[in-house]
Ligand binder design. Sequence first.
Ligand code: SF4
Length: 333
Amino acid sequence: MNTATATAAPAPLLRVERLKKHYTAPQRWLTPRKPPIQAVDGVSFTVTRGETLSLVGESGCGKTTTAKSVLRLVEPSSGSVQLDGEELLGLSAHAMRLRRRDLQIIFQDPYASLSPRLTAGEIVAEPLRNFGMHSRAERAERVQWLFGKVGLRPEAVKKYPHEFSGGQRQRLGIARALALNPKLIVCDEPVSALDVSVQAQVVNLLMDLQAEFGIAYLFVAHDLAVVRHISHRVAVMYLGQIVELADRDALFSAPLHPYTEILLSAVPVPDPRTPARRLLLQGDPPSPANPPAGCRFHTRCPLAQAVCKEQAPELAGRPSASGGSHQVACHFR
Ligand code: SF4
């Protein structure tokens, strides 16, 4: 056997390169043009089959915009998004719609994303009908199978969304996302609206489905305990850019970026004998319409030096505590 072939890393399922989403305010008569809001500014990452990559960071860091840009629910300003080697950003609306078979999304608020006029069975059957499963009997059979996979009772097909609990509604959203056998599901804060006990059930369900079907997740969350449980790798975003990207264990046990250290210090420590060492983030995040020059974190960084105000650090690889990959954007780490 060719050794090079045997050891080659698998091609990524999703490859995102230099992705940008800048929002430009409409120009008003006799008023100066406002600078664009740089919601996402030059983000690159990959996701392999069956992997969970989480995007974390403060509100407004660009994690949800990045995830929605991958699906083109938000139209990126520039960059590249490739699924299985096919560029998605140049596709026509029709071609993109067909490609969405492979790319699904689970929303934070399942109630808002489910039509109140359709029964649960009709909601899950809708994508099947839209993508060519014309036989009513086949659709009904597939819906029953999907309900079983997500832990909903068969008779629930006749209920309307308002008759479900929050956790059951999220299971319904997962069944709808699963209907077309997607390769990748974007999970946009899928458990943050749920009670803590229900959160664990839904996270475990997502992990079971991944193990059974090899689905990849691009998981957006702010709850780092959930992220630690479900992720294979984690990307930390600050002001529209990735500042650290590493295997889950390396990131949580030996974070490199000062911003990641501060974020992780807020995670509760379960062992009462381990003293909590809470670090505080100084000040408010700068405006994404006018991000600081140099390192975007320098206005809040406890380690900032003169060079940080002038030169933006590249996201570059470092030796990893776990032996896996570890990238960080900092001049001193
Ligand atoms: Fe802090 Fe400078 Fe590193 Fe940015 S480059 S994180 S400001 S030390």
